[in-house]
Write a protein that binds this ligand. Sequence first.
Ligand SMILES: NC(=O)c1ccc[n+]([C@@H]2O[C@H](COP(=O)([O-])OP(=O)(O)OC[C@H]3O[C@@H](n4cnc5c(N)ncnc54)[C@H](OP(=O)(O)O)[C@@H]3O)[C@@H](O)[C@H]2O)c1
Length: 305
Amino acid sequence: MKYIDIGNGKLHAPAIALGCMRIAKMPIGEVAALVDTALEAGINFFDHADIYGIGKSEEVFAEAVDMKPSIREKFIIQTKCGIRDGFYDFSKEHILASVDGSLKRLKTDYIDILLLHRPDTLMEPEEVAEAFDILYRSGKVKYFGVSNQHPMQIELLSKYLNQDILIDQLQFSIAHTGMIDFGLNVNMKNEPSINRDGSILEYCRLKGITIQAWSPFQYGFFDGVFLDNDKFPELNQKINEIAEEKGVANTAIAVAWILRHPAKIQTIVGTTNSKRLKDICQASEVELTRQEWYEIYKAAGNKLP
Ligand SMILES: NC(=O)c1ccc[n+]([C@@H]2O[C@H](COP(=O)([O-])OP(=O)(O)OC[C@H]3O[C@@H](n4cnc5c(N)ncnc54)[C@H](OP(=O)(O)O)[C@@H]3O)[C@@H](O)[C@H]2O)c1
């Protein structure tokens, strides 16, 4: 497994992490097998959120691994807070209550990384800072980050925080490339030239904030998987051709494409299938050439000016 430095080297972590959004309804034995497969492949980083399965994902995970201090040490556990039923909530009260809930469900006394899940426009940054101070000083949370935020939101928050923002978790896949499209179409009048995220990719690279790619196999907002999908014939043909050449699965090429970017993006995969996870991890052995990377980008329907 390839490893990357997270947030200016504060953490050393596998380039591929396992997202636990879809494990809530799995039998405990299957979750245990999935976690074992991940650990064997060098993945010790697990991404959770208080809302995944309305708390059930964290619970099932702790039960499957038989969480206790000696086992807890093996994992880097990231969880998120701030999404409630029908609204967003970055209040101090909610952040603190959410972390206490996650700690209880995960059967641990600390979270490695806490992310604010989706921007709350009613956020009072002073309140977030107070909550983070309490969590940090009590040892309940070691590191902090955000998700789905643009640079000015991170700047605003950072003005008040006493801790660094290490991570911004954002949707990114071969079929969801807004973060790079406009940088390839500067000063053009076409659709891909529209900057929808305030240059988050360049901002994170400047600041040493690690981007985590969520939903690396999906297109649209949970519209489905682009691999082996008839809607993407050219893309699948190109991916399969390169996969065959390199002797790896098509999933590995899809992830290798993300890992090839010099921003050193960490990919959060959401498979619940141990065999698929093993295949995906072959990405760690693949280094795409510049030409292959651009060929895949173009096969996804993108044009270079
Ligand atoms: N921050 C945010 O706002 C946010 C939003 C969404 C997700 N996330 C995080 O990102 C993680 C990954 O998200 P995701 O689960 O949507 O990602 P994903 O890895 O793109 O999708 C995984 C899902 O696609 C299915 N799938 C079907 N065919 C597949 C194929 N050929 N290759 C790969 N997968 C295939 C998988 O089924 P099998 O299980 O059968 O393999 C699984 O249900 C989540 O677990 C969560 O931790 C964060």
